[in-house]
Design a protein around this ligand. Structure first.
Ligand code: OGA
Ligand code: MN
Length: 230
């Protein structure tokens, strides 16, 4: 158990960026993605949204409130035994506690197999344990790229308890960015370039504004599935 947690800790590479993207006038925020859930993805420019769009998905209402409840029932007791960690100034995550789990009850397993079959290429071997990240209301995730040593091409995450904003920024060009609105109950999927060449972060409550609209960030739990590097 301890070992697995250590591996998860090493999933996070140090943040690549500390600065926020510049050039965020409303005209620059015109990159709506037309053919998908367009309200959920905006970017620095339409070309980027078009290009990266196929590698980024947000599926709203992927789970029901009852299914969220099933996850909470399985997870809350174990999480409550841990304390939120705030003191790792150099870490990728601030104000969080985490765990991972291999065996799930029937309701959760049902949801997870929906995630697996919907998000990952067929036959792609998955990281055994599912990663659970509990962000305090004041918690946030700094820009990082998941370790290519431990994780493969695809990252899929369920959002429980709160809406949030995930920001992707091109590793070598902070002016290329995409904001994803991740509503409570949704599933997001990052693939390929979006996963390898863009950092991702979850904005803190004070900065949680999507396309000009404030999105309050409460305590948020994510349930994340990953595949193995090939
Ligand atoms: C991570 C991460 C995103 C999320 O743990 O590496 O980026 O949705 N999590 O919690
Ligand atoms: Mn990550």
């Amino acid at each position: 158990m301890k070992l697995l947690l250590n591996v998860l800790k090493r999933i996070h590479k140090p943040a690549v960026y500390s600065s926020q993207p510049r050039c965020r006038s409303s005209s620059a925020r015109s990159g709506l993605l037309p053919l998908r859930d367009e309200a959920l993805i905006v970017g620095s420019n339409p070309e980027l949204v078009q290009r990266l769009g196929p590698q980024v998905e947000v599926r709203t209402g992927f789970i029901t409130e009852e299914e969220e409840g099933a996850f909470m029932q399985e997870l809350e007791l174990g999480l409550k035994k841990k304390r939120y960690e705030f003191d790792h100034w150099d870490g990728a995550i601030h104000g969080y506690r985490e765990t991972e789990r291999v065996m799930w009850g029937e309701r959760c397993e049902e949801v997870l197999s929906r995630v697996r079959s919907g998000a990952f290429p067929e036959g792609s071997p998955l990281l055994g344990p599912v990663h659970i990240l509990d962000l305090d209301k004041t918690g946030y995730i700094k820009p990082h790229i998941d370790s290519v040593k431990f994780c493969g091409s695809t990252i899929a995450g369920l959002s429980l308890l709160s809406d949030s904003i995930m920001r992707l920024m091109k590793e070598d060009d902070a002016e290329e960015w995409l904001d994803l609105l991740l509503p409570r109950f949704s599933l997001y999927i990052l693939r390929d370039q979006a996963r390898y060449n863009f950092t991702h972060q979850i904005l803190k409550d004070e900065e949680s504004v999507f396309n000009g609209q404030r999105v309050p960030r409460l305590r948020r739990i994510s349930v994340i599935c990953r595949n193995l590097p090939s």
